[in-house]
Design a protein around this ligand. Structure first.
Ligand code: PLP
Length: 414
């Protein structure tokens, strides 16, 4: 009996030891890191005109590799995706009182970077099945102040990028893809990150490929690329009027530079991206079949002609079936030893925005029924679709769901 008793009520958990951690660092990264350490040149940057304005040899090599991999003309490495979003917004010309249309259902930087430019994030509700910006609602939110649409490819799935790009082009607005969670995903055979005017990637420690911290901007526009390069390395302050950057004089730069050490580590990481994504997709596809058998859970829907790279595996929970609240269900699965959670608090609920912009319609969660429902009732995410976890781990996860569901009557009264 103890065997079937759910862990939340004192039974034995299905997973009684911690799941193996995600670790993509192998001998190739260690060799590269040693090479850089032995050279003594941990950064190649100088904030002055000349070759080193654009970084050292590893940074440049990483940028070439990004261009080749994602079939794009320019790539600019930075020290985080947050820096990359900020630089991309500055490059797009976003400043005081401009508006940036973005999703409320994403990591905070997709909106705070607009505030960093002095602009206002305009939240638009998301699609019920794909959790990305709703195109029709984006159209309605565009005003004369809109400078950028920030499309977030959330959890590893492309936003409705083709339509968003069309709208952006028609309205003379820049489309930036926040592709931090979807490296290697495709929309109509094109890599996400390359469909907008600029796309950003994250190399932070939680991401599919990582270098501890890091970010990359990709673009086909030389003008936008040059502006991003200026933001990265102190901008106009260190570049003479005669340089190739002439014509971009309005740029206040920062120090957003990636080190040689991080760049060198990212090179073998990028080579491994397809293999890592393939493994995530195999595990997700198994889970998809199994989750579909439960009438209280819905696996993620994949947009037509798109691929999903499962940075996270989202599920929609229907509490009316088991008559157990989503949060209690999450607690019970966690107790069985598996990582499931609600996703982030909708961004309009963050006090920062309310303090800065007041209690406006734009910041009232009631006006975002899809986001509200996901946050308050239905979203469950898990990070288990990743190596070194395997099909046995997926089966155990499904067993945990089954076990908790079978004890639903006991959970109701807790
Ligand atoms: C959608 C999204 N955008 C931006 C970021 C910021 O990335 P970074 O930590 O590299 O600044 C993240 C990080 O989690 C993210 O998930």
């Amino acid at each position: 009996m103890k065997k079937n008793k759910i862990a939340l009520l004192g039974g034995n958990p299905i997973q009684d030891s911690p799941l193996k951690p995600y670790n993509t660092i192998s001998s190739a990264e260690i060799k590269k890191a040693n090479e850089v350490l032995n050279s003594g040149q941990l950064s190649g940057y100088i904030a002055a005109p000349g070759e080193n304005f654009l970084g050292g040899k590893w940074t440049k090599k990483l940028e070439e590799d990004f261009c080749r991999k994602f079939e794009i003309k320019h790539s600019i490495t930075l020290n985080s995706a947050t820096s990359a979003l900020h630089a991309a917004l500055i490059a797009a010309g976003v400043g005081e009182d401009d508006e940036v249309i973005t999703s409320p259902y994403t990591m905070a930087a997709s909106a705070t970077t607009a505030v960093m430019c002095g602009a206002k994030p305009i939240f638009v509700d998301i699609e019920p099945d794909y959790f990305c910006l709703d195109v029709e609602k984006v159209k309605k939110a565009i005003t004369s102040k809109t400078k950028v649409i920030m499309a977030v490819n959330i959890f590893g799935q492309p936003a409705n990028l083709k339509k968003l790009r069309k709208i952006a082009d028609e309205k003379n607005i820049i489309l930036i893809e926040d592709n931090a969670q979807a490296p290697g995903a495709k929309f109509n055979n094109l890599y996400t990150g390359t469909i907008g005017h600029m796309g950003i990637f994250s190399l932070n420690r939680h991401k599919t490929i990582q270098t501890g911290e890091g970010g990359v901007i990709v673009t086909n526009s030389k003008c936008l690329a040059d502006r991003c390069r200026l933001v990265r390395n102190h901008g106009e302050a260190v570049i003479p009027e005669t340089s190739e950057f002439n014509g971009h004089e309005d740029i206040i730069g920062y120090n957003y530079r990636l080190t040689e050490l991080q760049s060198a580590i990212a090179i073998p990481q990028l080579k491994r991206l397809d293999k890592l994504n393939k493994r995530r997709q195999e595990l997700a596809s198994f889970l998809f079949e199994e989750i579909s058998k439960f009438n209280f859970l819905k696996p993620p829907k994949i947009r037509n002609r798109c691929t999903h790279v499962y940075y996270l595996f989202p599920m929609k929970y229907d509490s009316s079936v088991l008559k157990v609240s989503r949060d209690k269900f999450i607690e019970a699965i966690n107790a069985e030893g598996f990582p499931v959670a609600n996703y982030v608090r909708p961004l309009m609920e963050i006090p920062l925005f309310k303090r800065k912009f007041g209690n406006t319609k734009n910041l009232d969660l009631q006006n975002y029924p899809i986001t509200k429902n996901l946050w308050e009732e239905s979203m469950i995410i898990t990070s288990i679709c990743r190596p070194p976890l395997n099909i046995t781990d997926m089966k155990n996860f499904v067993r945990a769901i089954d076990k908790v569901a079978n004890s639903a009557n006991l959970l109701r009264d807790l």
